[in-house]
Design a protein around this ligand. Sequence first.
Ligand code: HMG
Ligand code: MG
Length: 304
Amino acid sequence: MSTRERVRVVEVGPRDGLQNEAEPIPTATKVALIDRLAGCGFKTIEATSFVAPQWVPQLADAAEVYAAIAKPPGLHLPVLVPNLKGYERARAAGVREIAVFSAASEAFNQRNINASIDQSLARIAEVMERADADQVPVRGYVSTVLGCPYQGAVPLAEVVRVARALHDLGCAQISLGDTIGVGTPAGARAMLRAVADALPMTALAVHFHDTRGQALANVLACLDEGVRVIDASVAGLGGCPYAEGASGNLASEDLVYLLDGIGLDCGVDLDALIEVGRWISAELGRDNASKVGRAGNWPRRVAA
Ligand code: HMG
Ligand code: MG
């Protein structure tokens, strides 16, 4: 058992990564991806989302995916839910943990979920009531925390307001999302500090898209502030179809390499993860967006 300080990496590739893929992906590939990621040692994998299939056709097979994946004890498999209908579909499929989401920018919320911030919080409140009664743990996302593709700057006060609202509604963890990857370390640090002034740091996570190559630098600044839960996506897959210019998430391989290098334990086997990243990139016919995935681990392990 490692005595190093622990960080939880939340693997969001099967949801945030795949939702933006234009070509249909076979359900069996999605299932294999989640099972293989679990084999790498992740303890939380966001499996899919129960949003409206007219909005995100790629994840229309959410119930089939969830039914087919292995559910070993100790593995958390939350799914994204936008409203009560999504919650009911998810529960009918046997889901035991969910994530809800709202942006801190009005303009993005309208494009992404056809609702104002306050309307989306009201929808979330309905979901939370049911989740509370069913003892379903809920994670909350705040999107566009460092900038919005439609309105530009997002006031920090709005980020704090939405994060606090989600927390007050009962979300056990709040993930702060730089949806379009515009932030840099000073801004990321200031944003996290502002939210951590209102909520306990232990209830916070960070979620950086790597659109402009800043994600790892932002993570380092936020680790320095004390955050210990970080979202990432295998092979850097990802992006939101309703966020113009959004590209992939921080690659899990690059994050795990960094954590290993600075002595933080996340319990993920990097060599196994690199294999999964190469495999899914080939399956999707994409270049691997993880630098570590492309270059390989170091020092190389010599096969016996
Ligand atoms: P709407 O069109 O306003 O919804 O969409 P509606 O209530 O008027 O319903 C329209 C139709 O959708 C109806 O069907 C509903 O039954 C159906 P019809 O009567 O026309 O046949 N419907 C559903 N069907 C299945 N499951 C549901 C569901 N809800 C309604 N859950 C809605 C509103 C919220 C549903 C829609 O806008 C939506 O699903 N948006 C999701 C968009 C999305 O998934 N974006 C990406 C995820 S967020 C993200 O990536 C950011 C994050 O990673 C953090 C970060 O990076 O910052 C989390
Ligand atoms: Mg995201």
